[in-house]
Write a protein of this length. Structure first.
Length: 86
């Protein structure tokens, strides 16, 4: 069975949708958040896909929010590993 659905691009970035499509089998992402879901139970596949899209979007948002802090931690760790003082 095949179903055409859509994801809300105000909530999910194109990147998150494409990453989720790589994880969940049976979903193809098109332009404008259009989704093509294929399988025995498209509603279950769509539900699994949207959960994975939310996970991916949370990861993307956390990386953006914490990028500067993580870079400082990484720099300090590398300096410490080299045995040099700051």
């Amino acid at each position: 069975m095949k179903k055409d659905l859509a994801a809300d691009l105000a909530v999910y970035s194109d990147e998150a949708l494409r990453l989720a499509a790589n994880v969940v089998e049976g979903v193809r992402v098109g332009a404008g958040g259009r989704l093509q879901v294929e399988g025995a139970d498209p509603d279950a596949i769509f539900s699994e896909f949207m959960n994975e899209a939310l996970n991916q979007q949370c990861r993307i948002d956390l990386v953006k929010r914490n990028y500067k802090t993580s870079q400082l931690i990484l720099a300090n760790a590398l300096v410490s590993a080299l045995g040099q003082k700051k």
